[in-house]
Ligand binder design. Sequence first.
Ligand code: CP
Ligand code: NVA
Length: 305
Amino acid sequence: MSLGKKDFLSIADHTTEDLRKILELAKEQKPLARDHKLPHSHPNRTMACVFAKPSLRTRVSFETAIMQLGGNSLFITDQEIGIGKRESIHDVAKVMSRFVDAIMIRWYDHNEVVELAMHSDIPIINGLTDLNHPCQVMGDILTVEEHLGSIDNKTVVMVGDGNNLANSWINAARRFPFNFIIACPEGYEPDDAVMSAAEKDGASFCVTNDPVDAVRGAHVIYSDAFYSMGQEEEAIKRRKDFADFRITNKMLSEADPNHIVMHCLPAHRGEEITDEVMDGKHSVVFDEAENRQHAQRAIIALLMK
Ligand code: CP
Ligand code: NVA
């Protein structure tokens, strides 16, 4: 079994059938991985994990996932390689393709990752760019389905910034029949091109500036930092602009009684989400973190020869 595409750069690049294959393999392998009984389907394969930004979950989940499949990982920071600076993206792609079997990359400019993929002979997996974070949202859908059953017909409400996660959720709404709402302050809407493509596909999503109204009846309430990696100098302004977008128990009082609360992490506790919500009975944030590994292992397994 494999995916129809060489790379995993955006959820929108893949068919619903391929995305379902990832989720089903992840569900099948999760208990085996937890019991340390997963067969080594990819012995001697090597994946390079390239980071231009910090990471806990992405790094550890990808590195352990490839090891669980019998392979190895290499951790490389962009300080060593200098992609596009020390040498061209094209030349890096060609050289890396001779050494390793796949690359997972966390980067700033999404277009540079697309360029890397274009020139690579091996699968390139997006471990977060400024534009999207597809592996996170695949793990998130896995988490929704574990707790609430199929994501079909559910309402997922993200309260906060129209960032890379919001874009990936909108892409997911193009491929799965759920309703996505982003409640953000004016001026912090998701990417225009991502929204236009989703509109053309007839995806069910909307943007609102009213978080209290948005979460009414919601099945999933989703949180992320008010400022992303690379936006640290905007922190003071954003804290003010997002003052009404902190997820509190009061805000959630009219959500669906069985709602779940998610956060991709790392969380700034007390800023975008209160401790009582993060640690409350509806929170599934640590299941969500674990599911990064299960979803990504399925992605690696299906992409890597
Ligand atoms: N959620 C996530 O991608 O976490 P890291 O930044 O720690 O990898
Ligand atoms: N939007 C955040 C996600 C971190 C996992 C960022 O890009 O920093």
